[in-house]
Ligand binder design. Structure first.
Ligand SMILES: Nc1ncnc2c1ncn2[C@@H]1O[C@H](COP(=O)(O)OP(=O)(O)OP(=O)(O)O)[C@@H](O)[C@H]1O
Ligand SMILES: [Mg+2]
Length: 447
């Protein structure tokens, strides 16, 4: 985001300078306006992001400036400064769309806190706009993600897909293993043939076997005629063996044969039959570990492991949460004919702070539910589950992000509250602030 345009508007020269100097001490640049008229002219001429304005000014007062600014740019944040004891005007300004207020006299720290918070919001608003544009052209069934991990992964998939080799896809539940398998199929020479997904964990093994391999007449009670298996009907296509880690060693031998010789035997038959299939297998556990503990045959593992693709959990690519959330929002809003078109910065923040044990699937479900429940144009946090403080992991990979102070403070408070199991007395001691300050911050950050 380019540097935001910040205006400081006050007819009192000393006040203007005080505000400017306070912001400058934190490296925040602002433009000074000596009255409402000058500010109004600025606001109409260029896109203004944040205005800190006195309310009482001759000609064009703060309230009028607020209205003008919001007309010119509905995303503009306006902080009004009210005189001592005039809380009514602050309330009125908030009703008219002001972002926040400061009551005179205020401490430099109070001003900075409000401005830092506004800057975080501006950054999120900007991201929101960009994400909306990005997902506008996305197709269903596309493996989305702009994080470094996902970009690398998609490049790997694109590279290996045309080679007719076996692929092993690993990753936690809901990370997009099936989507990745479909992408490989789509980019392969077999794209016009079938993609056949089989969930090895969903059927009892004897049933799975006869489904896959077919059976001969009389193979078991009820087998009154020969039956072709799924392998044969997917001939020349791609076979996706999901949850391969759940299969038994006996079944694994039969799979090995399909991979090694391209042949199989129908249940109750003797005749080997051949098929031409590309096999993609998926596991939500690390197969190598299953081999070490003897639950998975090492020969099959090596056969599958020609190319391994590992899907990263969502919590390790926080940067993709916004993109995916917008994508699902757009998709489900269209599907259900709902007006919803954006996600509020607060809601986005809360999605980003959660650690997503169910990964993308969990995010998709949460957004689908929110789309059904929410009112208005923008998704507000109250339509999301209350991700409790204990849902936030102690350290996250996003710790390396360059964050505004207010955000660092918010995250740090969450950490300390978690470490003290929510005990505010202990937390305030650790943080070195009074219980009252902690209470205020907890409220302010909506923790
Ligand atoms: N990168 C992504 N972009 C868009 N949608 C995604 C992405 N990853 C997952 N999804 C969506 O999330 C849901 C779960 O994905 P998928 O079924 O591929 O996960 P999985 O890893 O196979 O999970 P499981 O191990 O539980 O079977 C699907 O609806 C899928 O469309
Ligand atoms: Mg799956």
């Amino acid at each position: 985001m380019p540097d935001p345009l910040i205006l400081i508007v006050d007819d009192d020269l000393r006040m203007r300078q005080l505000i400017r100097d306070t912001l400058a001490s934190e490296g925040i640049n602002a433009v000074l306006c000596s009255d409402g008229a000058e500010a109004a002219e600025m606001v109409l001429r260029q896109t203004t992001d944040l205005i800190i304005t006195d309310l009482m000014m001759p000609q064009i007062d703060g309230m009028e400036l607020l209205n003008l600014a919001l007309q010119a740019n509905p995303d503009c944040l306006v902080v009004v400064i009210t005189g001592y004891g005039s809380i009514e005007s602050a309330v009125q300004a908030i009703k008219n769309g002001a972002y926040d207020y400061l009551q005179k006299p205020f401490e430099p720290d109070q001003l900075l806190l409000v401005v830092q918070r506004a800057l975080v919001r501006l950054r999120l608003q900007d991201e929101n706009r960009q994400l909306r544009q990005q997902v506008a052209g996305c197709q269903a069934d596309e493996l989305l993600g702009a994080s470094k991990q996902m970009t690398t992964l998609k490049a790997l998939i694109t590279r290996i897909a045309p080679f007719d080799t076996t692929v092993l896809i690993q990753g936690e539940t809901g990370t997009g293993k099936e989507l990745a398998a479909r992408m490989i199929h789509r980019l392969s020479q077999r794209r016009d043939q079938r993609f056949l997904p089989i969930n090895c964990g969903a059927l009892p093994e004897t049933l799975l076997e006869s489904e896959l391999f077919g059976h001969a007449r009389g193979a078991f009670t009820g087998a009154d005629k020969d039956k072709k298996g799924l392998l044969e009907s997917a001939d020349h296509g791609t076979l996706f063996l999901d949850e391969i880690n759940t299969t038994s060693p006996a079944f694994q031998v039969k799979l090995l044969r399909v991979l090694q010789e391209g042949s199989f035997i129908r249940v109750g038959d003797h005749e080997p039959r051949s098929v031409d299939l590309r096999v993609i297998a998926a596991s939500n556990t690390t197969l190598e570990k299953e081999v070490q503990t003897g639950r998975f045959r090492s020969d099959l593992f090596y056969r599958l492991n020609v190319v391994t693709i590992t899907l990263p959990p969502l919590r390790e690519r926080n940067g993709d949460i916004g993109l995916l959330a917008h994508y699902f929002l757009t998709r489900y809003a269209r599907q259900y004919g709902v007006q919803l078109s954006s996600i509020s910065p607060e809601a986005l923040q809360s999605l980003r702070n959660y650690h997503w044990p169910g990964n993308v699937r969990e995010l998709e479900n949460i957004i689908e539910r929110a789309v059904i429940m929410a009112d208005g144009n923008e998704l507000q946090p109250q339509y999301l589950p209350r991700f409790s403080v204990s849902d936030t992991p102690l350290s996250s990979s996003s710790d390396q992000e360059l964050l505004p102070m207010a955000e660092v403070e918010r995250r740090h408070i969450i950490r300390v509250l978690k470490a003290t199991a929510g005990h505010r007395g202990k937390a305030s001691k650790l943080l070195g602030i009074s219980l009252a300050s902690l209470w205020r911050k907890v409220k302010q950050y909506g923790l």
